[in-house]
Design a protein around this ligand. Structure first.
Ligand code: CP
Ligand code: NVA
Length: 305
């Protein structure tokens, strides 16, 4: 059965992910064909955190599919004054055809999905970023072909929402995902345990390590900011701990010679990645950013169409 929401890709079967990636490819190829796919539909977009890509790509996606996006900052909503998530979800469901939300807690997204009568899409939480990794996999498929089984993706950096979602999508699609970072900042052990269970079912390999040498032979090298939204680093301890894990040309040389570099953006040149790498020939970050538009159109057509 098709999923009702996209709260986390953990709840999607591999075939759902493949269907959405196939649709994303079609939607990108023929941008005009889907002009009426969501005609007359509205999407409420709830933001507890700032955004450039997610806000603009969902907005444009709705316009291009014939629908209407509604931007809602929680600062301006009754949610910010104590209205419950349940009541908000029920009320919005009487007006709109879908809800996208960017939140701190994953439980906010899960609660929205529990109470909404319409599809709920996770536009990033502290735990997951599923729309981003669908765009990432679309980019990987463009460079390496549709079959990503056995490809090696190395994520170097903070064990954050991106690390979790990359491990999940990699596990579902039969990839090898190596998550590399300093001790104390590795991915959530509960998520890792669940992902490793999923990986076994799909002949995927998920590794978590502090050994940067494990980037060896990777086809895709990914990093993300060391400081996610809502985090602070008084005294700069975290930044110092992460310095040896910066993605440099030297790190890229240890990966496969045809490796690509991905970053969900926004990036901090000179911190998690050098300018040389992110602005260099192996970088696919702007294709990746563009693919947010196509992948999210596919998600919305899949869930709301
Ligand atoms: N990658 C991403 O989600 O970017 P924004 O924070 O700009 O939406
Ligand atoms: N890990 C980052 C991703 C930003 C798109 C954050 O949560 O801030």
């Amino acid at each position: 059965m098709k999923p009702k929401h996209l709260t986390t890709l953990l709840l999607w079967e591999p075939r759902h992910i493949r269907e959405v990636l196939d649709l994303a490819r079609k939607v990108k190829k023929d941008r005009d064909k889907y002009r009426k796919a969501l005609k007359g539909q509205s999407l409420a977009m709830i933001f507890e955190k700032p955004s450039t890509r997610t806000r603009v790509s969902f907005t444009v996606a709705m316009w291009e599919l014939g629908g209407q996006p509604i931007y809602l900052s929680t600062l301006d909503m009754q949610l910010g004054r104590g209205e419950t998530i349940g009541d908000t979800a029920k009320v919005l469901s009487r007006y709109v055809h879908g809800i996208m939300a960017r939140t701190f807690k994953q439980s906010t997204i899960d609660d929205l999905a529990q109470f909404a009568a319409v599809p709920v899409i996770n536009g990033l939480s502290d735990l997951y970023h599923p729309c981003q990794v669908l765009a990432d996999l679309q980019t990987v498929q463009e460079r390496f072909g549709k079959n990503v089984e056995g490809l090696h993706l190395a994520y170097i950096g903070d064990g954050n929402n991106m690390a979790h979602s990359l491990m999940i999508i990699g596990a579902k699609l039969g990839m090898k995902v190596t998550c590399i970072g300093p001790k104390g900042f590795l991915p959530n052990p509960g998520v890792v345990k669940e992902v490793q269970r999923v990986a076994k079912q799909h002949k995927a390999v998920i590794e978590v390590t502090s050994d940067l040498e494990q980037v060896k032979g990777a086809n895709v090298v990914v990093t993300d900011t060391w400081m996610s939204m809502g985090q602070s680093d008084p005294g700069g301890t975290k930044m110092k701990t992460f310095k040896p894990y910066q993605v440099t040309q030297e790190v890229m040389r240890r990966a496969d010679k045809d490796a690509i570099f991905l970053h969900c953006l926004p990036c901090h040149r000179g911190e998690e990645v050098t300018g040389e790498v992110i602005d260099g020939p192996q970088s696919a970050v702007f294709d990746e950013a563009e693919n947010r538009l196509h992948a999210q159109k596919a998600v919305m057509i899949y869930l709301m169409g």
